[in-house]
Write a protein that binds this ligand. Structure first.
Ligand SMILES: O=C([O-])CC(=O)C(=O)O
Ligand SMILES: [Mg+2]
Length: 389
């Protein structure tokens, strides 16, 4: 059993949307196909992966160093003989050969994307949905059969007035979501407050609205927003300051007792540990949003979950960033608290399997081997072109 080829390509996910920090006018992501010599249903098993929005495609890093470490490794060292399958942990180790510790910037995205494709292949070889495989191997066979999801959007957009913002949020409620998320921080505070109040007219209750500053604020601005939004009792106040400014995050807890969320831009278990050590995050109410597709993949994610457990955090406090099916599988199989969803943006990579409806903000997973990409036709078309083309 061996990986015979790994292919990657960069695809555009450009759109005119913007958050408080960046616009997505030139945004790309990498798609990876891991081609194996294992035959299922008369065809070679191909695992697929892609990276989450926000960090651009990682083809250069993959081509320059990561792909060859797999294709040139002794194939036998990458096999899990006990399960007669590929070994994602051995593959991860091979990928990280001659990589120094620290500096978890962007190579974590390249590795995370390849790791996603490896796990997709492993679950296909085992003939199970990935979330079932994860539950069977690591959670005594107990999986969640549905996952809590919230609708992320509310971006800034040229010509987007409050009527359009409200219509967007109403459409998420109409599609079965109970909680929605909007961007803040790209316009002055009073204008954001008007936007928040407009969305509250649609969702009715602050507990159904999260806001995301995308790391834009300094402490003073973060506190000013905290004071202003406190009366609305929002679902969470996300990524207020720079993702690595743990002191800022800790100080905010002296000004904002309500739930906060952060972590989508932390790319290793060591960074996650620093957040929990130094960021003042509160395990009884706050959420962490580590995204496997940006942070060295699921092999590393298990280390991050172990760090959380060791520090007294329930895995139910994790609601990953990225709105992709990989995190949905991890959420169902390893008992996370939920997952982000992008019902409209970042297509075809955002959103879940075709024909599975969100009901009362919960979504099920398709009963097919792997991550479930084949059940999302627009996404699978892009992947298949790479893997089989
Ligand atoms: O706008 C982005 O970069 C995405 C983001 O923060 C999120 O989904 O939470
Ligand atoms: Mg965010």
């Amino acid at each position: 059993m061996r990986i015979v080829d790994i292919r990657e390509k960069t695809v555009s996910i450009a759109s005119p949307i913007a958050n408080a920090y960046i616009d997505f006018s030139k945004m790309t992501c990498s798609v990876v196909a891991v081609i194996t010599d294992v035959i299922r249903d008369g065809k070679p098993v191909i695992g697929y992966g892609f990276n989450s929005n926000g960090r651009y495609g990682q083809g250069a890093l993959m081509r320059d160093r990561f792909l060859a470490r797999i294709t040139e490794a002794d194939p036998d060292t990458l096999v899990d003989h006990e399960n007669n399958n590929l070994d994602p942990f051995a593959i991860w180790k091979a990928l990280m050969t001659n990589e120094k510790p620290g500096g978890h910037g962007e190579r974590s995205v390249a590795v995370g994307t390849i790791d996603m494709a490896v796990w997709d292949a492993v679950a296909k070889i085992e003939g199970k949905p990935l979330y079932r495989l994860l539950a069977d191997r690591y959670r005594n066979g107990v999986a969640d059969d549905k996952v809590w999801v919230y609708a992320a959007g509310g971006y800034y957009y040229p010509g987007k007035d409050q009527t359009k913002l409200k219509a967007e949020m109403q459409s998420y409620l109409d599609r079965g979501y109970d909680v929605v998320k909007m961007k803040i921080g790209a316009v002055p505070l009073d204008e954001d407050i008007r936007r928040i109040e407009a969305v509250l007219e649609v969702v009715g209750d602050g507990r159904r609205l999260a806001v995301d500053a995308n790391g834009r604020f300094d402490l003073e601005t973060g506190i000013a927003y905290a004071e202003a939004i406190k009366p609305y009792n929002l679902f969470w106040y996300e990524e207020v300051g720079d993702p690595l400014d743990y002191a800022l995050q800790a100080e905010l807890t002296n000004h904002y007792e309500l739930p906060m969320a952060t972590g989508e831009n932390l790319f290793s278990h060591q960074d996650a540990r620093n957040l929990l050590r130094h960021g003042g995050m509160r395990p009884d109410r706050d959420f962490v949003q580590f995204d496997c597709a940006l942070s060295y993949g699921l092999v590393e994610y298990m280390r991050t979950l172990k760090v959380m457990e060791d520090m007294g955090w329930s895995s139910r406090r994790v609601v990953p960033h990225g709105g992709h099916q990989m995190s949905l599988n991890i959420a169902a199989g390893l008992h996370l608290g939920g997952n982000e969803s992008y019902p409209d943006v970042f297509q075809p990579f955002g959103g879940f399997a075709d024909g599975i409806k969100v009901e009362n903000s919960y979504v099920g997973l398709p009963d097919i081997p792997g991550v479930g990409f084949e059940a999302k036709s627009a996404l699978y078309a892009v992947m298949r072109e790479l893997g089989e083309g």
